[in-house]
Design a protein around this ligand. Structure first.
Ligand code: UGA
Length: 455
């Protein structure tokens, strides 16, 4: 067995980023002290149980529990976690406030805790911000709080870095282990070099294909927003083209985006037109950077359009349904898929929420939803505004129009026969372009985002 790595790491916050990093570091013989204020969560982690579902995480936790239980410990005392380690990573969430700006309160309290700890610590300590924060936060808020409380100075008594994360839900472990680049924002050379050395140990050969890019703190903070804003922009661009494609017969947005994406300067990923993006990141981050820009007197027109186009897709899909099936008022309709993407039960900003809102506005009498995993999380959002089916068949039974909202594999296997067999009138709208267009439009009253054909 390899020796324990020379630096110990505390992870302050045990959400997706925090726990996935903690588990992966521990597996590579880095002693990790994770910290959370949630005792139940800490207990679960110490028992080797992942407190939420993420592909591959439980397997790593099982392996740690069995082979090196001493490498990952979770405590409820962040000050102790900082005092007993050399590097602290802040992995707290930065949710969206009511006014859509960024909520930094979790970050602020963690900074205070680090300050308390550093007051008692005489050796050099590296603080790394991994959470998504608007430019200026690491230097002007986090570091200022730490210094005010501890009396210690960045660049002298403690190091300071900002390293944005790029994990997508359902891929968090894969993205942690095989990133395509590592961005290190540094207060000074010494801080950046210490973090670089840490990742050289952790990633070893992977760094041959993964550049470490060093820059100042504020640029690193903005890189994260750059990525999420550009990915959101690509999706809204594809959706704008879906709307263009629908203006004339026989144009298919899927073929168009394939052609566009093959340009070596672009790439085909995130050009999938559909019912729009959801999730805990894109809306939150685009809104946060817009609010930040406005607070500085700049009006971000492109980003505003990105959100408008995205959220309008829910209205467009209901328009398409009414073109196909007539007015939906008083009818029974089905939603296949409720979570914001396949592979998760996460309902945050899910397109299904916007579609349900639109259907209710148009006086649909019964909405019945089916999702392979998100039934309970959906219930927490919709309550009795919709009904919940336990199978595709139950969801389609007697329905007059079905919407495909989330592209679960289970739905990809469906054939026109299933819709014809169970529905009262088998009108189907493909909001994710998963059904073979020719087959389905031959067999059923069928429409799909981004294509209208001459019959
Ligand atoms: C996103 C980014 O992909 C990550 O790189 C980033 O680290 C993360 O946010 C974050 O900031 O924490 P995530 O929200 O988990 O990850 O999910 P994505 O896989 O990016 O999907 C987001 C939404 O976009 C989904 O609703 C998906 O259906 C939609 N989407 C995606 C499309 O509508 N079309 C596409 O072509 C691709």
């Amino acid at each position: 067995m390899r020796k324990m790595y020379k630096y110990k790491v505390s992870i302050l916050g045990t959400g997706f980023i925090g726990l996935c990093s903690a588990a992966c570091f521990a597996q590579k013989d880095i002693k990790v002290l994770a910290s959370t204020h949630n005792e139940k969560k800490a207990k679960m982690i110490n028992e080797g149980k992942a407190p939420f579902y993420e592909v591959g995480l439980q397997e790593i936790m099982d392996d740690l529990k069995k082979n090196k239980p001493e490498m990952l410990t979770c405590i409820t005392d962040p000050i102790k976690a900082v005092l007993e380690t050399d590097i602290s990573m802040i992995t707290q969430g930065t949710p969206m406030r009511e006014d859509k700006s960024i909520d930094l309160s979790f970050i602020e309290s963690t900074a205070r805790e680090i300050g308390e700890a550093l007051k008692q610590k005489d050796t050099y300590h590296l603080v790394v911000v991994r959470s998504t924060v608007v430019p200026g936060t690491t230097r002007n808020l986090i570091s200022k709080i730490i210094t005010d409380i501890s009396g210690k100075k960045p660049g002298e008594n403690y190091g300071l870095c900002m390293q944005p994360e790029f994990l997508a839900e359902g891929r968090s472990i894969e993205d942690t282990l095989h990133p395509d680049r590592i961005i290190i924002g540094e207060f000074d050379e010494k801080s950046g070099s210490m973090l670089q050395e840490f990742y050289e140990y952790f990633y070893e050969d992977h760094l041959k294909n993964c550049p470490i890019v060093r820059m100042n703190l504020e640029s690193a903070e903005l890189v994260k927003y750059g990525n999420n804003c550009l990915l959101s922009t690509k999706i809204s661009f594809a959706n704008e083209f879906a709307n263009l494609a629908q203006l004339v017969p026989n144009v298919d947005v899927v073929q168009v985006m394939k052609g566009v994406g093959l340009d070596y300067r672009i790439n085909p990923r995130f050009l999938g037109a559909g019912v729009g993006f959801g999730g805990s990141c894109f809306h939150k981050d685009v809104n946060a950077i817009m609010a930040w820009a406005k607070s500085k007197g700049y009006h971000p027109r492109l980003l505003e359009a990105v959100l408008d186009i995205n959220d309008d897709q829910a209205i467009k899909i209901v328009d398409i349904a009414e073109e196909l099936a007539g007015k939906l008022a008083g009818k029974r309709v089905t939603l296949l898929g409720l979570s914001f993407k396949p592979g998760t039960d996460d309902m945050r900003e899910a397109p299904s929420i916007r579609v349900v809102k639109e259907l209710r506005k148009r006086n649909v009498s019964e909405i019945i939803g089916y999702d392979p995993v998100a039934k309970e999380t959906a219930r927490a959002v919709f309550g009795d505004k919709i009904q919940y089916a336990n199978s595709v068949e139950e969801a389609l039974k007697d329905s007059e129009c079905a919407f495909l909202i989330t592209e679960w594999d289970e739905f990809k296997a469906l054939t026109p026969e299933t819709f014809k067999k169970y529905m009262k009138t088998p009108n189907l709208i493909d909001g994710r372009r998963i059904f073979d267009y020719e087959t389905f439009s031959r067999e059923l009253p069928f429409r799909a985002i981004g294509r209208v054909d001459l019959k």
